[in-house]
Ligand binder design. Structure first.
Ligand SMILES: NCC(=O)N[C@@H](Cc1c[nH]cn1)C(=O)O
Ligand SMILES: [Zn+2]
Ligand SMILES: [Zn+2]
Length: 476
């Protein structure tokens, strides 16, 4: 059978089973595998078991790798979820592709402002709403659905596949780096290509392939002022309040232009070259749609190229929250005794995590000295992940471009991603092979946000691209 005919046959099978795929995603989304909530760890474990069972029905050999314990901020320890190592096929005449994905999700509650229950997959206007639908349960299940389709059609699978599926990605991929290092000469040997579907297109209609990610340094800023919470009428105006110090420090980190105010933070950022500037020009990007997806009136930068550069090639600092602060409705006149500010810095080539950590520490100490406060203050790097950059001219990218053209009828843009997948660089280093980011979700999917969704069309076309990509890899 010609490869065109095979593609058509598989595409038809996939289209005919759309309902089953939606049900499968619904089953996965119904497991609230939130890695950031320690009390939800059994749900994360349930998600690992669910995926393992599904993989085994497909004849994938599954091994569960123990990656040790997580140390929680109160000093207690919690077992980390096992990492799934899957092997499908070991034909030495075939290429071997390693697929990475994650089964954990960001926290979500209806009260955050969702229009439907986050852990009940809900279809509206061709979109599947639910936490993890696009990040990253939909893409992970898509890979597995494609394997199933070849089996049901009795078609030989074009490549060998290895899977690494973790369940702590949204919390910094605890334990995974050490595991991969330990597998360098065993499970990881023989891998020819690594592919990750855990990111999004730059727009709603045009596909892209990505060759860069920012890294992340996530900080906890801890301020303690007293042994207990206090009445602001009795103590306000007489003591150094923890929240006041915390807000003051957090207010010195970044200005209203998005410029980070930490001394020397930009020293290691690679200078922009004329050659790099040219790369932004052909990329399709709609700034108005970007604003509307974010639900904002305007962006800090007005030009397309500048917006993209500040997403991809410059660092950014975001404030995320304050643990211990009063956040209920109504009024409470308390002075919290202990608060923890959460912020992160997205890092870019050639910033080093260790340098960022030191600069942040110096900054906090300097501000505290200026404030002359007796409060106990510490800042801790909760987790860090490196930036990553790959060669988009590698044959694997050519295979993915061909697959995209075959399904979408259009050349994908070559882009970078502002988010982080902390383990990507480790895959590149430990296998010594090219890594491809193959996003299948759309820019408005709202990963990490309320009403996260995955379009049915992206789900279906994503599987078709994956299927052709496997065939194109086999031809390399
Ligand atoms: N889809 C990738 C993603 O969402 N990655 C997270 C990773 C992360 C790191 N620390 C907390 N989360 C991201 O925020 O970019
Ligand atoms: Zn993800
Ligand atoms: Zn995520």
């Amino acid at each position: 059978m010609s490869s065109d005919d095979l593609n058509k046959r598989i595409a038809k099978y996939l289209d005919d089973h759309q309902k089953d795929y939606i049900q499968r995603l619904s089953d996965a989304v119904s497991i609230p595998s939130v890695s950031a909530w320690p009390e939800h760890r059994p749900e994360v474990v349930r998600m690992v078991e669910w995926t393992k069972s599904f993989m085994e029905t497909l004849g994938i050999t599954v091994e569960l790798a123990d990656v040790g314990e997580q140390k929680l901020s109160d000093g207690t320890k919690l077992k980390l979820p096992n990492v799934i190592l899957g092997t499908y096929g070991n034909d030495t005449a075939k290429k071997t592709v390693m697929i990475y994905g994650h089964l954990d999700v960001q926290p979500a509650q209806l009260s955050d402002g969702w229009d439907s229950e986050p852990f009940v997959l809900t279809e509206r206007d061709g979109k599947l709403y639910g936490r993890g639908s696009t990040d990253d349960k939909g893409p992970v299940i898509s890979w597995l659905n494609v394997i199933e389709a070849y089996q049901k059609l009795n078609e030989p699978f074009p490549v060998n596949v290895k899977f690494v599926l973790e369940s702590m990605e949204e919390y910094g991929s605890d334990g995974l780096e050490d595991l991969l290092k330990s597998l360098k000469n065993t499970f990881l040997s023989g891998v020819d290509y690594v592919v990750i579907s855990d990111s999004y297109w730059l727009g709603k209609t045009k596909p892209c392939l990505q060759y860069g990610l920012r890294g992340i340094c996530y900080f906890f800023l801890d301020v303690e002022c007293s042994t207990k919470d206090l009445h602001s009428g009795c103590f306000g105006g007489t003591i150094h309040e923890a929240m006041t110090d915390l807000i003051a420090i957090m207010g010195t980190l970044v200005d209203n232009k998005g410029h980070i105010l930490i001394d020397r933070l930009y020293d290691e950022v690679v200078p922009l070259t004329l050659e790099e500037e040219e790369l932004y020009k052909p990329i399709t990007f709609d700034t108005a749609a970007y604003c509307s997806e974010a639900g904002v009136q305007s962006t800090i930068q007005s030009e397309k190229d500048q917006i993209l550069m500040h997403r991809w090639r410059y660092p950014s600092l975001s404030l995320h929250g304050i643990q211990g602060a009063f956040d209920g409705c109504g009024c409470k006149t308390v002075i919290p005794r202990h608060v923890i500010g959460k912020f992160s810095i997205r890092i870019v080539p050639n910033m080093k995590i260790s340098t960022v950590e030191k600069l942040v520490e110096n900054h906090v100490q300097t501000i505290m000295k200026e404030r002359n406060s007796p409060n106990k203050v510490s800042v801790k790097l909760e987790h860090g992940g490196d930036y990553w950059i790959a060669d988009p001219n590698n044959p694997q990218y050519v295979a993915a471009r061909k697959a995209t053209v075959a399904v979408h009828g259009i050349e994908p843009d070559l882009t970078r991603e502002g988010g982080s997948i902390p383990i990507t660089l480790t895959f590149q280093e430990q296998t010594g092979k090219n890594v491809l980011l193959l996003p299948i979700g759309a820019s408005d999917d709202g990963a990490h946000s309320q009403n996260e969704k995955f379009d049915i069309s992206n789900y279906m076309n994503g599987m078709k691209v994956m299927s052709v990509y496997f065939q194109e890899l086999a031809k390399l």
